[in-house]
Design a binder for this molecule. Structure first.
Ligand code: URA
Length: 240
């Protein structure tokens, strides 16, 4: 949708006059994608921008995209009788938007998890055919070696017959406990844990730090979320 002035977008809701919008913006009470916008003349795409007044999000944006810094202990599901889900970390107003996680992180895995209600783009991002890389930081018990890197690059065969696509293992430190970045373009159940276990290096900690071009925002405390910006959503669209 074409960009429109902020005062026009907000006045079209019938809740504020343009003059009132100008004053609210001047006082820093209007935010777009979480950042205050001081000028009511600035232009945004009303379907793409997440606009809030006084902390209350307006439902102009067609789809919602959220980055969550997932803590351990939460299931990547929309509902589950067995425990808390990542949706429990969001306020009620967002829980009503029918959001779902874009792919799954295990209950004990932390880090970058996207939530959205835009099904088509979410599914495209997860398709192995699209080659959207996901990068993880891992700690493992046992010493990782260059041989492990070569095995990852060739594509690991798991004991249950699963043949993994070639993946990248970058060793950060090797010792009794090793640290590495793992880059995958698919997302099978417990994939990294199974790949590293197949090399004799069980995972002791796992965190997703990147998906495509989108890196985990280090300003987000564990358990906190923020809306993706228009630019970030556009970058995701460009990937598929
Ligand atoms: N691989 C895993 O083993 N677990 C995750 O949560 C993500 C990738």
């Amino acid at each position: 949708m074409e960009k429109q002035r902020l005062d026009k977008i907000l006045a079209s809701t019938g809740r504020w006059s343009r003059r009132e919008v100008k004053e609210l913006a001047r006082r820093g009470l209007v935010t777009v994608d979480g950042a205050p916008v001081r000028s009511a003349e600035e232009k945004f795409d009303p379907e793409a921008a997440e606009i809030a007044v006084n902390g209350e999000a307006l439902c102009c944006r067609r789809y919602t995209w959220i980055m969550l810094n997932k803590p351990a202990g939460y299931l990547s599901a929309t509902e589950d009788g067995r425990g808390e889900t990542v949706l429990d970390l969001l306020p009620q107003e967002l829980q009503r938007r029918k959001l779902f996680p874009v792919g799954r992180l295990d209950k004990d895995t932390e880090g970058l998890l996207l939530l959205t209600n835009e099904g088509v783009l979410a599914h495209a991002l997860l398709s192995p055919k699209r080659h959207v890389d996901k990068v993880y930081y891992s700690r493992t018990a046992g010493r990782l070696t260059e041989e492990d890197c070569r095995a990852f690059a060739a594509g690991i065969s798991l004991g249950d017959g699963l043949q993994c696509l070639p993946a990248k293992l970058e060793i950060l430190s090797a010792g009794e406990e090793s640290e590495a970045y793992v880059t995958l373009r698919e997302g099978k159940f417990h994939q990294i844990k199974r790949m590293l276990a197949a090399r004799g290096n069980p995972v002791t900690y796992l965190e997703r730090i990147k998906m495509g071009n989108l890196a985990l925002d280090r300003k987000l405390p564990r358990g906190a979320y923020r809306f993706l910006t228009e630019e970030e959503i556009a970058e995701l669209r460009a990937l598929v």
